[in-house]
Ligand binder design. Structure first.
Ligand code: AP5
Length: 253
């Protein structure tokens, strides 16, 4: 009996250690509608680390009409990128929070090469050189989805203003039309999810964010995953890659 209890204790503590291990930085790359937000929520739940979505952080500034929100509102409504220094400042602030010290999922950042270079330097100085993490380069997961499917996905997106859960009227509808399953809030359509803006956002991605994938490709950091699979299957593939890379990193490979 004592032996079984002891085994259970060891099992529970190694599970806790496993849950609390350092995961490090994870970057989700992909065009608008590829599923970055959807997958970030699943991955952060799995590893108990925070999602850092620059889109969500900026939308919150716009909603609260802060000086930053007022400055970026029009740019976002047109589907253009917000200036690098403004985005890097809010990311730096967020990554210094206590809940981000074991790792985080960056959703929507970096999306310009200057942001990627800034991120490398930030991670190196704040996490590697302070001895918090044994390495600093992120695991970069690129989600690939066909252009026409992206248009359909974004046009069908609905979001909960309270819990942030993402729905789709075609593929992941709520149980009750336009109402969040979790908290009963009325779902909303994002301002930048109008068709002409969607096309501009996709063009901006091609022009400014694809070079970020090339940058990480040269560093050998990119894992490309087919994002046109059921949500849970995409999550399982991402988790498999993160676990594999984390194990290799801890063995010094
Ligand atoms: P941001 O909020 O980052 O938007 P985005 O990159 O355009 O991406 P989306 O949120 O549209 O799509 P997603 O990939 O998260 O897909 P989702 O999971 O929602 O940025 C908005 C704006 O902020 C930018 O335009 C810019 O102005 C500014 N900004 C943000 N970051 C910036 C930065 N770093 N620098 C400068 N400016 C910045 O899924 C989409 C839909 O598909 C949903 O309905 C979902 O239910 C559905 N779906 C998801 N997965 C699947 C699946 N596997 N099968 C079927 N349906 C699925």
């Amino acid at each position: 009996m004592a032996g079984i209890l002891e085994q259970e204790r060891v099992g529970a503590s190694s599970m806790a250690e496993q849950l609390l291990r350092n995961i490090g930085p994870i970057v989700l790359l992909g065009p608008p509608g590829a599923g970055k937000g959807t997958q970030s929520k699943n991955i952060t739940q799995h590893y108990r680390i925070p999602q850092v979505s620059t889109g969500d952080l900026l939308r919150e500034h716009v909603r609260q009409a802060t000086p930053l929100g007022v400055e970026v509102k029009e740019l976002m409504a047109r589907g253009e990128l917000v200036p690098d220094h403004l985005v890097c400042d809010i990311v730096a602030w967020r990554l210094r929070e206590p809940d981000a010290q074991r790792g985080f999922v960056l959703d929507g950042f970096p999306r310009a090469q200057k942001q990627a270079v800034w991120l490398d330097a930030f991670l190196k100085f704040e996490f590697f050189e302070t001895g918090k993490w044994p390495a600093w380069l992120p695991i970069v997961v690129r989600l690939q989805v066909d252009y026409n499917k992206l248009l359909l996905r974004i046009a069908g997106r609905r979001t909960c203003p309270t819990c942030g859960r993402i729905y789709n009227v075609h593929s992941q509808p709520p149980l009750v039309n336009e109402i969040c399953d979790v908290d009963g809030s009325k779902l909303f359509i994002r301002d930048d999810d109008r068709e002409e803006v969607i096309r501009e956002r996709l063009a901006t991605y091609e022009r400014q964010t694809k070079p970020v994938a090339d940058y990480y490709e040269r560093l050998g950091r990119v894992v490309t995953i087919d994002g046109d699979q059921p949500v849970d299957e995409v999550t399982a593939r991402i988790v498999q890659e993160i676990d594999g890379r984390a194990a290799a990193a801890s063995e010094g490979k």
